[in-house]
Ligand binder design. Structure first.
Ligand SMILES: Nc1ncnc2c1ncn2[C@@H]1O[C@H](COP(=O)(O)OP(=O)(O)OP(=O)(O)O)[C@@H](O)[C@H]1O
Ligand SMILES: [Mg+2]
Length: 470
């Protein structure tokens, strides 16, 4: 670490020389000034860790000079040097922002001790500020589960880049949390109180995308009965999230490039350029380098948006996140569905951790939502998560359960029929997972044994078909 920089201001040359020698010997970098003009000149061009100011200066009193120095650097500690007579005044100086005072002639050891203390407390104050900032960030990231090292590194990057205005490029498979990260960047940025505007470039037809992004003037095209502000304008001072940017048609890519380069654009049919201050975050699941090679994505735009890349790892590469995600997502789902499912059984967790998750966190969320819908208990059991391979003849799989709810040949079944089919499929699946143990199955289904047997009878299900001997 470089030596702390100290500015000493006194109109007594001898004192300055003495102070300089002593402080240099104690490894401080010292700058001296004989009057307030010299002091303010150097304080305006350099930054100091601490200042020592004489109480009685020729033109300006020391306290007024201190206040001027604080106007340049409010956090810099100032030590006031006083003669015996002005101790009272020195106390007043402390009220007005001095760190402490020393009476002349001072003991150099005492001065060094006070400097060390002042610098230490200043460091603590900065650290506190930083911690407060971190806490706030943590709060903003409260909904983001990131236990694994890989995700921790992503969050660190998010914290660092949030403060800048650079374009961020988020790459990740579908469902890895790209939109969540884009929002986290916005929330951790100085723009957090302004708009976060998102658009999915893949979901909007080419003919509408340009006016959606940049707005249009009245009469610009058939149907443009009034002029409309585009998303760039709506996101002014805030963040614009361009999702699936890889799917943007080439004709719009060139306009986006110009808007990013010039920070201004022309609305469709407009002649006056519109200026905006927008932070752009883009996301894609496509390999854009590949798209560039294929001629489907402009190379110049790629370099323009590929300023700060963030790569979101697929869920299978960070399975240590799964238990925390399960916990977090279950709470979220239960809140939405007004259910009270407390967790998943160890066996179910094992299954969740062994799965490949091609659909990543979104697939995990859907799997849990399905399980919460299906379970009648306050835990999710392993039979309710992911597909079990059923023996030939047993037809109930997650998909077939869903198929029963959907119309076949365009015609809906009656609710009674659908309910009955669902009930049968449910029982088959349940018995399979319980190895045909009726007591256990009845318990999971939340039925009395006798009622459960009635249900089996109604659907002509035989327990023996589900008993496995191994
Ligand atoms: N780290 C995480 N912590 C908590 N929830 C997450 C996390 N990552 C993703 N999710 C949740 O998973 C779902 C999918 O996330 P998101 O929409 O951000 O992904 P995406 O990469 O944009 O997906 P897609 O490619 O399908 O657009 C959301 O409901 C989100 O809340
Ligand atoms: Mg998305």
């Amino acid at each position: 670490m470089s030596a702390p920089k100290i500015l000493v201001i006194d109109d007594d040359k001898n004192l300055l020389e003495l102070a300089k020698a002593k402080l240099n010997a104690a490894n401080y970098a010292v700058t001296v000034a004989l009057d307030e003009h010299a002091a303010l000149d150097v304080a305006n061009t350099e930054s100091f860790d601490l200042a020592i100011v004489d109480w009685r200066l020729a033109e300006l009193d020391g306290v007024t000079l201190m206040e001027k120095l604080h106007a340049v650097d409010p956090g810099m500690p100032v030590i006031i040097l006083t003669g015996h007579a002005s101790v009272e005044g020195a106390v007043e100086a402390m009220k007005r922002g001095a760190y402490t005072y020393l009476t002349k002639p001072f003991d150099p050891r005492e001065l060094i001790l006070q400097i060390d203390r002042a610098l230490e407390s200043c460091k603590l104050a900065t650290e506190n500020q930083r911690l407060k900032g971190l806490l706030k960030e943590k709060y903003d990231f409260a909904n983001l589960v990131a236990k694994s090292d890989k995700m921790q590194r992503v969050l660190e990057a998010v914290s660092r880049i949030a403060k800048t205005d650079s374009t961020v490029y988020i790459h990740g498979e579908s469902g890895t949390g790209k939109e969540m990260i884009a929002k986290a960047i916005h929330l951790a940025s100085p723009r957090k109180d302004k708009a976060f505007v998102a658009i999915n470039c893949a979901a909007i037809p080419e003919t509408l995308l340009e006016s959606e992004l940049f707005g249009h003037e009245k009469g610009a095209f058939t149907g443009a009965v009034r002029s409309t502000k585009g998303l760039f304008t709506q996101a002014n001072d805030g963040t614009l999230f361009l999702d699936e940017v890889g799917d943007m048609p080439l004709s719009i890519q060139v306009k986006l490039l110009r808007a990013l380069e010039e920070r201004q654009f022309y609305p469709v049919g407009g002649e006056k350029p519109v200026q905006v201050d927008v932070r752009v975050v883009v996301a894609t699941k496509k390999d854009l380098v590949d798209e560039v090679k294929k001629g489907l994505f402009r190379e110049d735009l790629f370099y323009r948006i590929h300023v700060i890349p963030i790569i979101l790892p697929p869920l299978k590469d960070r399975i240590e996140d799964i238990p925390y995600l399960v916990d977090h997502l279950l709470k979220k789902i239960c809140q939405q569905m007004k259910r009270d499912v407390k967790g998943v059984t160890p066996k179910a967790m094992e299954k969740l951790m062994q799965h490949d998750w091609p659909g990543n966190v979104r697939e995990l969320e859907n799997t849990l939502e399905y399980a919460v819908t299906m379970t009648q208990r306050d835990v999710v059991t392993d039979d309710l998560v992911l597909q079990t391979k059923l023996p030939v003849g047993a037809v109930a799989t997650e998909n077939s359960l869903q198929a029963q709810l959907l119309p076949t040949d365009g015609a809906f079944k009656t609710l009674k029929e659908a309910r009955s089919e669902f009930e049968r499929a449910y029982l088959v699946r349940l018995l399979h997972s319980c190895n045909g143990k009726a007591t256990r199955a009845a318990e999971i289904a939340g039925k009395y044994r006798a009622d459960f047997y009635d249900l089996l009878k109604k659907h002509d299900i035989k327990l023996a078909d589900y008993k496995r001997f191994n």
